[in-house]
Design a protein around this ligand. Structure first.
Ligand code: SOE
Length: 381
């Protein structure tokens, strides 16, 4: 069986996560790596046991490389995805898909013209209980969605000395916490409920209005401490914390909170979805169980166990009940579906994985949330 050869672009936090997930698939070979310089690409490739390494331009000239994963800072996603599609490569791009709607729209159209497989790494959809909640909602177990509470809390930017390219608008875009993790939350909420957000009311807050930028490079989540003279004070105008009121196309409401300065919360997405029959409550830091609330009876806890799941949700489970699966497994499960499409050679009619169009949708919501915060008023989507 000819394995699909893949090139991964960028080796910060998420690039190696893509590589590890791809290596767990039987029909894929991570054949090449690229970084900003060949020297850095060589060093990283040797560290990750990858044979070939290139600059981005040279990677696209490799005919045997059929797909490319864009795992670079946000400001590079548009240009690199566009160049890869134009070079005839299938593309898996990190979120957010681009820095603004115009860029994202162009990528969606170009992907459609080429027919190549295009995906955005909204991997959190692939927690098995997220798929199970979606199928339970589709089968009517939840009833009509009455209200939604969502939160995504982290603490890796808790201190003013915690610094990362995501804090710089020219690299990350005008939104930080909403674009970086709010996009995941909104994507999973609409994915599970099937609802469309039609209006938002946002309120941002920047806790550290000045941060201390290390004068030496540090990686995401490193939290490494340096000496005072090793920092430069920089003004910060992107949000550490944001609250957003939501209105949905079924007339009902919701609210989300995102924060990257919430001590002790490492990477916690929480969902509370109340329906006309039941309520779902789920926590990504304990992802293998779902709390199901009942008005007229005992509440229940559903374990991530294929024998307890609907058949439509079993395909994203690899291990039996009690053999817990987590964050690293979500990317593997997503890539299983993406590479089935790549083996078929084209974007499927009804992709089961998040596409560039989903990337556009999240950017649209993000831009409306930004606009709402600026004008401190409701904005329709
Ligand atoms: C940092 O906040 C980050 O790595 C996000 O960029 C990822 O999308 C999220 O899955 C984990 O946290």
């Amino acid at each position: 069986m000819e394995k699909v050869k893949v090139g991964v672009v960028g080796t910060g936090f998420i690039g190696p996560a893509h590589i590890e997930a791809l290596r767990r698939l039987p029909n894929v070979e991570v054949a090449a790596l690229c970084e900003v310089t060949v020297e850095l690409a060589k060093q990283k490739a040797e560290g990750l046991g990858i044979q070939r390494y290139y600059t981005f331009e040279d990677l696209l000239k490799q005919d045997d490389i059929k797909s490319v994963h864009i795992c670079t800072p946000n400001f590079l996603h548009y240009s690199q995805s566009k160049a890869a599609l134009e070079a005839g490569k299938h593309v898996v791009c990190e979120k957010p898909l681009a820095k603004d709607l115009k860029e994202a729209e162009e990528l969606v159209q170009l992907a459609a013209q080429t027919g190549l497989v295009n995906a955005v790494h909204f991997n959190l959809r692939y927690y098995p209980l997220a798929r199970q909640m979606k199928v339970m909602r589709e089968k009517g177990d939840l009833g009509e969605v009455y209200s939604i509470i969502g939160s995504y809390l982290q603490d890796w930017l808790f201190y003013e000395t915690d610094y990362n390219w995501r804090l710089e608008p020219d690299k990350s875009g005008d939104s930080r916490a909403i674009a970086d993790i709010g996009s995941h939350l909104m994507d999973v909420l609409e994915y599970i409920t099937g609802l469309k957000t039609v209006a938002v009311m946002a309120d941002f807050n920047t806790i550290h209005k000045t941060r201390k930028k290390p004068l030496k490079p540090v990686e995401t989540y490193s939290g490494k401490m340096l000496q005072p003279e090793d920092y430069a004070d920089v003004p910060i105008n992107t949000e550490d914390h944001a609250n957003v009121l939501l209105r949905f196309d079924n007339g009902n409401r919701g609210v989300i909170t995102v924060s990257q300065v919430s001590a002790g919360r490492k990477n916690q997405m929480k969902l509370e979805i109340a329906g006309s029959k039941k309520t779902f409550a789920w926590n990504s830091e304990a992802p293998n169980e779902l709390w199901i609330g009942n008005r007229d009876g005992y509440n229940e806890t559903l374990m991530r166990d294929p024998s307890l799941f609907y058949p439509e949700a079993r395909s994203v489970i690899s291990f039996p009940g009690g053999h817990n699966e987590g964050f690293p497994d979500t990317s593997k499960q997503m890539f299983k579906e993406v590479y089935a499409a790549i083996e078929a050679g084209k974007q499927p009619e009804a992709p089961t994985f998040p596409t560039f169009a989903d990337g556009y949708r999240e950017l649209l919501i993000c831009e409306k949330i930004l606009e709402s915060n600026r004008k401190q008023g409701w904005v329709e989507i």
